[in-house]
Design a protein around this ligand. Structure first.
Ligand code: ADP
Ligand code: MG
Length: 346
């Protein structure tokens, strides 16, 4: 063996504690077979290549839609997939590094209620994430569909699945940062959460492209933002998501808003201008679903929407609370007016 191979094999040998010390003196035929096996698996695990998808292998089909960070296509890669193509400028190392960091986190996600991450194209100029294609409807569309009546046991079932998927993410120390009904799909009753962790990539891009100094607030974003996040929004073109205090608790706040949508069929502060929402949330005012009879259902809302982040429950608490919820006596009528209430602080 040449000296480089020898060196590598020695390193491998020294980290392989399972090998009987008596057998460490090599080369024996059995041993070198064992070592080359370890070398192979080291090669596989040390680099991202397992998750790298060559752009040429993707068959890009119809455009599904354009979001904050780029475009989403239907495509083929060993079957139907969703391909998110990012507009990242070629010369921005920070964006590229951030993209790679986020992508490396998705590998850790294996849960029924999370979209399946299949891999990514990591070579500029083709940055893309490949996930399974969600064929159902988004929760956003479902709650607004008048033909679809969600009874309470279905609402609780959906909320439980969301809380379970989110609890798993948090246990893996991944923050969603963009939990909203448009990022939740329903497929034959099963909840599939998408776009977790993508916020970091997307915001960098959005703000990198902006020309003026006004704060660009995507429509429908504010109702999901916890007060501590809202109050740190500033009119600057230079900020990244690391300037915003996202936390597990801010994900729980967003879940509260999704819970509200499930109960009411629309977003809180629906028709109000951004300044007005920011002002009210800052004052501790929350919209309360006056037509929902159940104290328990409102209670969950007020727990998730607490002003102080550390007063909000964890997702594991929420799954338990939801499990204990009586499923009768709850009504939902989307047309009933709403009133404002001050968030209950203790
Ligand atoms: P948003 O989440 O704000 O709607 P996105 O950029 O995430 O914006 O999505 C753009 C479009 O692509 C939306 O219509 C969304 O429903 C759809 N989409 C996103 N991810 C998937 C997926 N994994 N499967 C099917 N459709 C998807
Ligand atoms: Mg999305």
């Amino acid at each position: 063996a040449d000296s480089d191979t020898l060196k590598t094999l020695q390193q491998v040998d020294s980290i392989d504690s399972d090998v009987d010390p008596m057998e460490r003196s090599w080369p024996t035929r059995q041993n070198s077979k064992h070592l080359s096996h370890i070398l192979d698996s080291l090669k596989r695990s040390s680099v991202l290549s397992e998750w790298d998808i060559p752009y040429e292998e993707l068959e890009i089909q119809d455009l599904i839609g354009a979001g904050r960070f780029g475009r989403v296509f239907k495509g083929k890669w060993h079957g139907d997939v969703a391909i998110k193509v990012f507009n990242i400028e070629t010369d921005n190392d920070l964006q590229l590094a951030s993209f790679k960091t986020e992508v490396s986190m998705f590998r850790k996600t294996r849960h029924e209620n999370l979209v399946l991450f299949m891999g990514a194209c990591m070579k500029l100029p083709h940055l893309a994430i490949v996930t399974s294609l969600c064929k159902g409807k988004t929760l956003y569309d479902t709650v607004r569909d008048r033909r679809e009546t969600l009874n309470m046991s279905r609402i609780v079932n959906i909320a439980t699945q969301i809380a379970q998927g989110m609890g798993y993410l948090h246990a893996r120390e991944i923050l969603h940062k963009d939990l909203k009904s448009k990022n939740i799909f329903l497929e034959n009753g099963k909840v599939v959460i998408t776009d977790f962790g993508l916020f970091s990539v997307t915001k960098l891009i959005q703000y990198g492209e902006r020309k003026d100094d006004t704060l660009a607030i995507p429509p429908g974003w504010l109702p999901y933002l916890a007060p501590e996040v809202i109050t740190s929004l500033r009119a600057t073109s230079q900020y990244t998501d690391s300037d915003l205090p996202f936390s597990q608790a801010s994900d729980v706040y967003a879940f509260g808003t999704v819970w509200y949508e499930l109960l009411v069929g629309d977003l809180p502060f629906k028709t109000q201008p951004a300044e007005s929402i920011i002002w009210q949330v800052g004052k501790g005012l929350r919209q309360s679903p006056s037509n929902v009879q159940s104290r328990d259902a409102k209670d969950i809302l007020m727990q998730c929407w607490k002003t102080q982040p550390d007063k909000r429950p964890q997702f594991s608490d929420l799954t338990q609370t939801l499990d204990r919820l009586p499923r009768k006596r709850l009504t939902r009528s989307p047309s009933t007016p709403l009133h404002l209430s001050r968030s209950a602080e203790s």
